[in-house]
Design a protein around this ligand. Structure first.
Ligand code: DOR
Ligand code: ZN
Length: 404
């Protein structure tokens, strides 16, 4: 189907990819195909996006959020359940999956919310969901964001872990150290993250979302748990306040320059790169809403950084594709390998652009990465079908309600 410089088993090789029924049948030097300009990388998996929709369609919808994902070289998203209403029952879960079936431009999966109200019956609900869909994880546990029902305690977590066989993703910030205030990096201390991780690790293994401190990262590295880093915690420090102004709030907050530099230097030791795509309108941001959009810019910024040697292509591909697939159980995703889906993103490495919010596809209409250099994919293949050509979307190619 395609020939070119393919990232295959940890290195670039000049080879062809043959595809049959959406899956890779052969990869090899003798396999013929249309020659593409640029490098062929596995399309990314973003395991942490907030696509809003439901009662917050003014911020983002599954349609606009997955369109942004596609333009950013992402083939599969894991959406978070802190929506309005919260995804805390099987009915709401099914309702959202039906929306995605009609509207999504890339493969879509959804975490389920553990709440104080549903924790006694969560095993029954999870069982019902699993009869119909692949459930990646119980998500957004501990979240400190305007909804007390989602802020479950350590004891509830302990009880649920002992009863439920599921990956659990934690937003680790201990409420004791979280105070309201703007800019939030002056009020939400690093202790909040470190203490929450310490306490959680005594309970069980988890997947930790958006880790922003050295101490928390090092504790997790020594455990069986896994963790994400986000582009913003790797690239922005509290010094960014001057530039971001009203938009600076994000949870966990931005950290000192030393901490940020340590995280970027230790990128190779993180498990996953995820965007925590959290679209809020500029008006919401002025009012202090926490979060940055990022699903479309993550892979392009990091491909650019890989061309400059800031990270290696090997680490990038591992954190953005292979590890997310392994940790979340997306069996047929994450690598250019025989038997996996032909989910491919083609990047022309000379094609460096400056990010401009007007050209992005999220409904929120702004980006914290304005003017940052990036290399956007001009071709994206979803299960062997071209979904993006010359940077333009080609209709809707996803036709399944259960991608994994
Ligand atoms: O900044 C954030 N915004 N962090 C989160 O953990 C949640 C997210 C949101 O939902 O807006
Ligand atoms: Zn989140």
């Amino acid at each position: 189907m395609l020939r070119g410089r393919i990232f295959y088993r940890g290195e670039f090789v000049e080879a062809g990819i043959e595809v049959e029924e959406g899956k890779i049948r052969r990869v090899g030097k003798l396999v013929d195909g249309r020659k593409v300009k640029g490098v062929i990388l596995p399309a990314g998996i973003d395991v942490h996006v907030h696509l809003r929709d439901f009662e917050e369609k003014h911020k983002e919808t599954i349609e606009t959020g997955t369109e942004a994902a596609l333009h950013g070289g992402i083939c599969l998203v894991v959406d978070q359940p802190n929506t309005k209403p919260v995804v805390d029952s099987e009915d709401i879960y099914f309702r959202r999956m039906e929306v995605a079936k009609k509207k999504a431009f890339v493969d879509y999966t959804l975490n389920f919310a553990l709440t104080n109200s549903n924790c006694d019956e969560i095993d029954i609900i999870v069982e019902k969901i699993r009869r119909k869909y692949y459930l990646p994880a119980i998500g957004e546990v501990f979240i400190q964001h305007n909804n007390e029902d989602l802020q479950i305690g350590y004891e509830t977590l302990r009880k649920v872990v002992s009863e439920l066989q599921s990956l659990i993703t934690l937003h680790a910030e201990d409420p004791e150290f979280v105070k309201p205030g703007f800019p939030n990096f002056r009020f939400r201390s690093r202790e909040a993250e470190i203490r929450a991780v310490e306490k959680a690790l005594k309970i069980s293994s988890f997947h930790f979302c958006h880790i922003s401190t050295k101490d928390a990262a090092e504790m997790i590295m020594e455990s069986d748990s896994t963790f994400e880093v986000t582009p913003h915690h790797l690239l922005f420090s509290t010094e960014e306040y001057a530039r971001l102004g009203d938009a600076v709030n994000v949870n966990p907050p931005l950290r000192s320059r030393d901490e940020v530099e340590w995280l970027l230097r230790n990128f190779h030791r993180a498990d996953v790169l995820a965007s925590d795509h959290a679209p809020h309108t500029p008006e919401d941001k002025k009012a202090g809403a926490p979060g940055f959009p990022g699903v479309e810019t993550m892979y392009p910024i990091f491909v650019f950084l890989a061309t400059r040697g800031v990270v290696s292509f090997r680490d990038l591909v591992e954190k953005i594709a292979a590890n997310p697939a392994k940790i979340f159980g997306f069996r047929d995703y994450g690598e250019i390998e025989v038997g996996k889906f032909a989910n491919l993103a083609v990047f022309e490495l000379k094609n460096v652009e400056e990010i401009n919010a007007d050209k992005l596809h999220s409904k929120c209409g702004w980006t914290p990465y304005e003017s940052f250099k990036a290399i956007f994919p001009k071709e994206v293949y979803l299960r062997g079908t071209e979904a993006l050509e010359c940077g333009e979307r080609l209709g809707r190619v996803i036709e399944t309600d259960n991608p994994v």
